[in-house]
Design a protein around this ligand. Structure first.
Ligand code: SAH
Length: 378
């Protein structure tokens, strides 16, 4: 195992432009150097300050003495036969997060995490099995993009970001918004804001704040059920939010961005995949500029859920289409490399005994609860 990054210098990507330009001035350098450093990082693919050869040697040494250019490192990399690559990153404090590069025709999509673990507790999801450990910083979010981009050949660049990795993005909205501002800026990674998708469990107050940012990000809402009773069994936060407030907040975002909202719906065999639920979902979304993204459940070791049968999946799609709802079944990417959220990290935690409070009692409780829920659902 790699040694822990114990001597923790502040991370360059966690510093604001103001803080860095002040620092440069106090070291007798012009503010312009800040853009030069960023250029080396975002365009020049530098991995340390020493490589930034058009900066004075003394400045490079001072920077390296006071800042860490990268605060995360690649602990492992998996490559799927479909080209998808998944990175397990080790953070300065020993925690792990995952991020994925999905190459498709002309697109190069980065799927990134926003938290270590997840506090939302969706019953079928591996990321939340141990709860949330902490939020990621702006720099840790950006570093995922850089590690993924650095996997690409020099002539290629990242074209899309999907915030669908570990964690609930809107529970860490400040850091995410700052990171996306930089990723989408011309002197950052130059990714079009319209090519960013944020997937949320549906936190209405945070969704309204997202609307206020006034960015044309594409919103995806993890709905997973067409009524509150069923949704509360699958997505525990629903008891506090309810579907109605989520739809209203999504409508608000649509009215600001003019962008069609995607509703994600994980099909869990025997639980939420009947024609009745499809019809109810169609009624719920009727009249909205919505798109439904069906995700056949990706099996998670230790959880008693199963994917839908081919028949129920086809019927579900047909019911929605009959009602005029726009629907697609999500293609499985990286099926051979544990690409469902949190699966790779779980393996590491199991293998190493965990560097963070991995709680077997909590896991056992979740598995037993999930088992009874699945029984009640059939
Ligand atoms: N917290 C965010 C991001 C989660 S990951 C959210 O809730 O939207 C993106 C999507 O993958 C979510 O819709 C999530 O519910 C779904 N997902 C998580 N684990 C899954 C699994 N094992 N199989 C299928 N979809 C899964």
């Amino acid at each position: 195992m790699l040694p822990l990054l114990t001597n923790r210098l502040p991370a360059f990507l966690d510093q604001s432009a103001q803080r860095m330009t002040d620092w440069l001035r106090t070291h007798g350098e012009s503010a312009m150097r800040f853009r030069q450093i960023r250029h080396w990082l975002f365009v020049g693919r530098a991995t340390n300050f020493a490589e930034m050869t058009d900066l004075p040697k003394k400045l490079r040494v001072q920077l390296a003495d006071e800042f860490r250019l990268f605060q995360s490192e690649i602990a492992s990399r998996q490559q799927s036969c479909d080209g998808t690559q998944k990175l397990l990153l080790r953070l300065f404090d020993g925690h792990h997060i995952e991020c994925v590069m999905i190459p498709e025709k002309t697109r190069r999509t980065a799927c990134i995490s926003t938290q270590v673990g997840c506090g939302m507790g969706c019953v079928f999801c591996a990321s939340g099995l141990n709860g949330v450990v902490r939020n990621l910083s702006q720099g840790e979010i950006l570093e995922q993009l850089l590690h993924l981009r650095n996997l690409l050949p020099r002539q290629e660049r990242l074209t899309n970001i999907v915030v669908m990795g570990m964690g609930e993005p809107l529970a860490n909205l400040d850091a995410l918004a700052d990171a996306l501002d930089i990723a989408c800026s011309r002197d950052g990674l130059g990714i079009g804001a319209r090519h960013v998708t944020i997937s949320t469990v549906g936190l209405p107050a945070k969704m309204r704040r997202l609307a206020e940012l006034g960015k044309p990000y594409h919103l995806a809402v993890s709905l997973h059920a067409p009524n509150d009773a069923l949704r509360a069994r699958i997505v525990p936060t629903n008891s506090a939010t309810g579907i109605r407030a989520i739809l209203e907040a999504a409508d608000l975002i649509f009215s600001k961005t003019g962008r069609r909202v995607t509703y994600e719906y994980v099909l869990l065999g025997g639980i939420n995949d009947s024609k009745r639920e499809a019809r109810e979902l169609a009624r719920l979304l009727a009249g909205r500029c919505a798109h439904v993204n069906l995700i056949p459940f990706n099996e998670v070791a230790g959880l008693p859920y199963r994917p839908p049968t081919q028949r129920s999946q086809t019927d579900f799609v047909a019911e929605l289409r009959r009602a005029g709802i726009n629907v697609k079944v999500r293609k499985r990417k990286g099926a051979d490399i544990d690409a469902a959220c949190g699966q790779l990290r779980r393996k590491i935690i199991e293998k190493t005994g965990g560097v963070h409070p991995d709680n077997p009692v909590q896991l056992a409780r979740r598995v037993i609860l999930a088992f009874w829920e699945s029984r009640l659902g059939t």
